[in-house]
Ligand binder design. Structure first.
Ligand code: GLN
Length: 521
């Protein structure tokens, strides 16, 4: 029978609940257990696909095309598990399902209520997610006490009664001078108890480690043992958290509480990764993108960090605002390599194109992701084919040279407007730089786009030297481009979504290697 770890948050959001859930996942997996992670998002949207990345951070795409939020990125990176979209549960989905069931007459004339029907639907989804694993770790978004979360807390209360559940409650301890203030924690635990749920472990997020005195106080006020109060201090990088939790004995406490025989984690490889993190000569990676908040390109940042460890360099990201580049191309300054990330719409697109041109003409190692691939085609068409007004029809619907067009215009079996989503097979040409970097010719990568190369321009672009070396055999979409004599690579997919700490993505490793080689040349 599976056990459930329910991760809740108190005091305020944004203190690292997703990382905590992911780290517990890593820790238990390293003990030899099969784990899965679920996120419950109390918002009414059906999924994260329609949320603005500038409000909510990046959209993380799963293999099966699920559009989720960045916490799923943490989950996959920390646990190496490929998550399916039914592990993202939102208010919108749950109510949508209950209403659909009611219309189908599945409740046999009963009055449909929050308890038991809505809470029943929540528990049903959690149990389905837990079916094949030892542990389901389910994070509840938001903060205990939010109106939106109440139904989910009620479902947790019921689940605790019926199944094997450990509740891990993450709270925040503000500092006044050197005093770690426990009052907000006390209040958030009181709030939880009001809903019938008592925490089993209290994790205190604070810049310092919790003192003995703080632990004693939390233990007394929150009815947990002192050893069940866990420090979550500032760490030099996020990947240290599973090690910190291990040092506090979290895996032991969880297993003991569930009456399991205690197993110790095997974290050797993880430790090695952490030891080498951010070490080596600095390599400046310029990312030319749109910035409104720090986590819009989170997976790219992480992929760079993983590749840095693998190549023994210390990547330093230089954030370059593409709207700034439009006004002043010189602001790109000195960089060792460049990434043009994914994106949508006109704003800043010309700045990204200026950046790509600089990278191409100055032979700065360059990696273009999705929108980056498309804009490289535009740049090359304009400056090498002399098609001065070439563009993507996403940016200029009336361009005389639509080098990038909606993918449903290039084929006829797809409904207009459909996003091409999720993992797809990509076959690479035998002798291409791409297949050498990957070390294979068949790969699977994740997608999230509506536009793609207009096949009519393929031939003339190739004649001028921009070669297309990879395609999807299922729908013939052109997936990769490269230049023969420099590291200039564009991909129609998002390799950053598949990079893992101990399994860095070859394209990011290739980029950093090329950057380092250029530095040394
Ligand atoms: N806007 C482009 C498209 O829809 C690129 C999308 C992306 O970069 N994810 O195809």
């Amino acid at each position: 029978m599976p056990s459930y770890i329910i991760v809740t948050g108190g005091v305020m959001s944004g203190i690292g609940k997703g990382l905590l859930a992911a780290s517990i996942g890593r820790l238990l997996k390293s003990c030899g257990y099969k784990v899965a992670l679920t996120k419950i998002d109390p918002y009414v949207n059906t999924d994260a696909g329609t949320l603005s990345p500038f409000e909510h951070g990046e959209v993380f795409v799963l293999d099966d095309g699920g559009e989720t939020d960045l916490d799923f990125g943490h989950y996959e990176r920390f646990t190496n598990v490929s998550i399916t979209k039914n592990h993202s549960i939102t208010t919108g989905q749950v109510f949508g399902q209950v209403i659909e069931n009611e219309r189908k007459g599945e409740y046999l004339g009963k009055t449909i209520q929050i308890i038991p029907h809505v809470t029943g639907e929540i528990k049903k989804r959690l149990r389905e997610n837990a079916k094949d694993v030892d542990f389901l770790i389910a994070e509840i978004g938001g903060t205990v006490g939010d109106i939106e979360g109440i139904t989910f807390m009620e479902a947790v209360r019921q689940l605790k009664k019926e199944d094997k559940v450990v509740n891990v409650h993450l709270t925040f301890l503000p500092l006044t001078g050197i005093d770690q203030k426990t009052k907000p924690t006390q209040h958030s635990v009181i709030e939880m108890r009001r809903m019938g749920v008592s925490p089993d472990l209290v994790v205190g997020r604070c810049s310092n480690r919790l003192t003995e005195n703080t632990k004693r106080k939390i233990s007394l006020f929150c009815s947990v043992e002192e050893e069940e109060v866990i420090s979550d201090p500032d760490l030099s990088n996020i990947y240290e958290l599973p090690l910190a939790l291990r040092d506090e004995g979290v895996h032991r406490i969880i297993q003991k509480k569930l009456g399991m025989k205690v197993k110790e984690p095997e974290l050797g490889e993880w430790q090695k990764f952490v030891d080498n993190y951010g070490k080596g000569p600095e390599v400046v990676v310029g990312i030319v993108g749109k910035y409104a908040r720090g986590d819009t390109y989170l997976s790219i940042q992480e992929a760079i960090a993983h590749a840095g460890v693998a190549t023994r360099v210390k990547p330093v990201i230089k954030w370059i605002d593409c709207e700034e580049v439009e006004k002043n191309p010189g602001c790109i300054g000195k960089i060792d390599c460049m990434i043009t990330p994914g994106g949508f719409g006109n704003r800043g697109a010309e700045g990204k194109i200026i950046g790509i041109r600089q990278a191409r003409t100055h032979k700065i190692p360059w990696l273009g992701l999705c929108f980056g691939f498309q804009l490289a085609v535009v740049e090359f068409a304009r400056n090498e084919l002399g098609l001065k007004q070439a563009n993507s029809t996403e940016l200029d619907p009336t361009t005389p040279d639509p080098v990038i067009i909606p993918h449903w215009e290039a084929r006829h079996d797809i409904m207009e407007g459909t996003m091409r989503l999720g993992s797809m097979k990509v076959v690479l040409e035998e002798d291409s730089r791409m297949s050498k970097i990957y070390g294979q010719t068949v790969v699977h990568e994740r997608h999230r786009h509506r536009y793609g190369l207009n096949p009519k321009y393929g031939e003339s672009l190739q004649q001028k030297g921009l070669i297309f070396t990879g395609a999807c055999p299922e729908d013939q979409t052109i997936e990769t481009l490269e230049l023969p004599d420099q590291f200039f690579i564009g991909v129609q997919f998002h390799p950053e979504l598949k990079s893992r700490p101990t399994r860095p993505h070859p394209l990011f490793v290739g980029l950093l290697k090329a950057a380092r080689a250029r530095q040394q040349a």
